[in-house]
Design a protein. Structure first.
Length: 281
């Protein structure tokens, strides 16, 4: 464990060498810092990073996993192949800041060492530690966002299809009800028209009470009764009995009463039914 005492990194000899440029994630280092600084400020809420400078003067940054106890802050560094890219001395410095970037703290510079590997290829890909991690996290985030967007799109499409099906069902139901109501109204209208022409009294036509079958039937009956009265009067005045014709359902012949004052004959020349007044004695 590397103790940070008054900002100085106290690195034990056995932890000085952090690996070779062939290694990858086979070593870790634990840094321990007091929660409260010499000035009495608790820095456990800060975000901690490890700034790195390689033997070729290139710089890098690595994440430190934080675990806070009652009195200490324990920071764990997982050593990746990117941190072992250049054999030689590796300078490190712990840096911390809060989310607002107001509180800031750094340790003094310490040193590790990276050995060169013999007859084995190095694993370094050219990426910096923090950038590579960021790119990996960003790629994972982008893929997750794509999946989320696709899932949301599928959900929206499914919801749109459900709403469209529901609207179509409601529209079809509404159309069916409207057609039923229209048909029912048409039937009622036809019934009213039929009643109007039959007996009147519906208020659907002007003058329907004197322009219907019942009215004409009654008028016809009245006319028939009046005609019969006129004939009776004529018979009484003229002394001539008007013949009454009937159709026999027995022989199917046309008959007239024998009391009539007329004789009926078929005119063989014209085919007409002629009549003549009976002679009286």
């Amino acid at each position: 464990m590397i103790v940070v005492m008054n900002r100085e990194l106290l690195i034990p000899n056995e932890e000085f060498n952090i690996g070779t440029n062939y290694d990858n994630q086979t070593e870790t280092r634990l840094f321990q810092i007091k929660r409260v600084t010499a000035g009495g400020v608790d820095i456990s809420n800060l975000l901690f990073k490890l700034d790195i400078k390689y033997a070729n003067n290139k710089t890098d940054t690595a994440d430190l996993a934080k675990d806070v106890t009652e009195k200490e802050i324990n920071l764990t560094l997982t050593i990746s192949n990117n941190m072992l890219q250049v054999p030689g001395t590796v300078l490190v410095q712990i840096r911390a800041l809060d989310e607002a970037g107001v509180q800031k703290w750094t340790s003094y510079v310490g040193a590790f060492f990276v050995e060169d590997s013999i007859n084995t290829p190095a694993n370094y890909t050219g990426s910096l530690t923090e950038i590579e991690k960021f790119e990996t996290q960003e790629l994972s985030r982008v893929n997750a966002e794509k999946e989320r967007v696709q899932a949301e799109l599928s959900r929206v499409n499914a919801e749109n299809e459900r709403v469209e099906a529901e609207n179509n069902r409601e529209t079809a139901f509404g159309d069916a009800i409207a057609d039923f109501n229209n048909d029912r109204q048409e039937l009622k209208d036809y019934a009213n028209v039929s009643k109007s022409y039959a007996v009147g009294g519906t208020g659907t036509r002007i003058g329907e009470n004197i322009d219907n079958s019942k009215y004409y039937s009654e008028k016809s009956a009245e006319s028939e009764a009046n005609a019969h009265e006129y004939l009776k009067a004529c018979e009484k005045i003229s002394g001539v009995i008007i013949p009454v014709f009937t159709v026999s359902f027995v022989d199917g012949e046309l008959h007239y009463n024998d009391d009539a004052s007329y004789t009926f004959l078929i005119n063989t020349a014209t085919g007409n039914l002629d009549y003549q007044l009976k002679e009286t004695t």
